[in-house]
Ligand binder design. Structure first.
Ligand SMILES: NC(=O)c1ccc[n+]([C@@H]2O[C@H](COP(=O)([O-])OP(=O)(O)OC[C@H]3O[C@@H](n4cnc5c(N)ncnc54)[C@H](OP(=O)(O)O)[C@@H]3O)[C@@H](O)[C@H]2O)c1
Length: 348
């Protein structure tokens, strides 16, 4: 895997993607470098700004894994990835990301997305660190709820929220501006949307959004999409969890809202890769440059026309390399996507 990427990197071309419009012009606009000529990017509908389709989810980031996480973010940057999704509610995640990006000098080169809630509404709790050598604690908002294998019913409780949480996120991430600030699940949208709109006007955030990993909450999500000027939504979607494609994506496309996909590999507890087990990857996966099951599942997700990017959660360099490879080369066509669905559903 690494050899493939390294040989590709030798012919890297650096492409600057311009920002067509930014909220508030008080700070210098960042630029994002694309590492390989076959890097797949998509435009954020609100502005036309292009971002790489493959990002990273960080709800299992912990200080104890600093060195591996640092190597991962460095490698992700080398491979053209920029989108990092975190949340005030992901324990040590924001802090460790801020520290590592500072050490690597990558703060202005990444597209930082984070989330908050109103005070007491969840979204800032500090989960206990993993036991030495043991599995990480269950992730905040991890899959497990209705319709989504493994999703929790809400973000973790926090003693602080709203503006106080936002300032803490800036401190932890060591930045003066957040690229994408979202309300973490649907608990505090009404309370926080005026604050988010104000932050955007002031140039403190560039894009605003709302999230839920639970298909059962899609009707509520869509009510908010129709009511508020959101730039992004974050929902769960995968080859085994296709509900959003019928309920949410058509409205998002119509209203020009970007879609960031959480749990694209089925989540930590419902991992599609574990489910694939010993099954052989079909030979026709090579027709859209998928060489592993991870690439197969991720290319399925980001090839949906309404999807802007995916944020597979990873804590290992080898997974980041695999996932970034899925954000390069050809993506499945509509006919190939159908074939993937039929193949997966038939459990061939
Ligand atoms: N808005 C919300 O309420 C909400 C809720 C849940 C999640 N999220 C966001 O979505 C992100 C993704 O969700 P998730 O991490 O729960 O689920 P996921 O991305 O579907 O799956 C992550 C799991 O897949 C493994 N993995 C990643 N790449 C792999 C590869 N190439 N090959 C084999 N295994 C691989 C990871 O292992 P390793 O850790 O060992 O690499 C981890 O166990 C989260 O990190 C978070 O940022 C948001």
């Amino acid at each position: 895997m690494s050899r493939f990427l390294d040989s590709e990197l030798s012919r890297r071309t650096l492409i600057q993607t311009g920002l067509l419009a930014g909220a508030g012009a008080t700070l210098a606009l960042p630029t994002f470098a694309a590492a390989r000529s076959d890097l797949v990017t998509k435009a954020i509908p609100a502005t036309g700004e292009k971002i790489p389709v493959m990002g990273i989810g960080t709800n299992s980031f912990r200080n104890a894994n600093h060195d591996e996480l640092s190597a991962m973010l460095k490698r992700m940057h080398e491979l053209g990835g920029t989108v990092i999704d975190t949340a005030a509610g992901y324990g040590e995640s924001e802090g460790v990301i801020g520290q590592i990006l500072g050490e690597l000098g990558l703060q202005d080169k990444m597209f930082l997305a984070t989330k908050f809630n109103a005070a007491g509404g969840g979204g800032g709790g500090m989960p206990p660190p993993p036991a030495a050598g043991g599995a990480p604690p269950p992730s905040a908002g991890a899959p497990g709820g209705p319709g989504t294998p493994g999703a929790a019913s809400g973000p973790p409780r926090d003693t602080i929220g709203g503006p106080e949480s936002f300032e803490r996120s800036l401190d932890r991430l060591k930045t003066r501006r957040i690229d994408l600030m979202m309300v973490h699940q649907l608990t505090s949208v009404e309370a926080l949307m005026p604050t988010l709109i104000e932050y955007k006007k002031a140039g403190r955030v560039r894009y605003i959004g709302i999230t839920t990993p639970l298909p059962a909450q899609h009707p509520q999500l869509l009510e908010y999409v129709n009511k508020y000027p959101v730039d992004f939504i974050q929902v769960s979607y995968s080859l085994a969890n296709r509900e959003a494609a019928t309920s949410v994506f058509p409205i998002a496309a119509k209203r020009k809202v970007a879609v960031m996909v959480a749990l694209p590999l089925g989540g930590r507890r419902g991992s599609l890769i574990n489910e694939a087990g010993d099954r052989q990857l079909p030979k026709w996966a090579a027709d859209f440059d998928a060489a592993t099951w991870g690439q197969f599942f991720l290319k399925y997700v980001v090839s949906h026309p309404a999807v802007t990017c995916a944020i597979p959660g990873s804590t290992k360099v080898v997974h980041v390399e695999d996932n970034q490879a899925a954000g390069h080369g050809r993506l499945p066509t509509a006919a190939q996507r159908l074939k993937m669905e039929q193949f997966w559903d038939s459990k061939a």
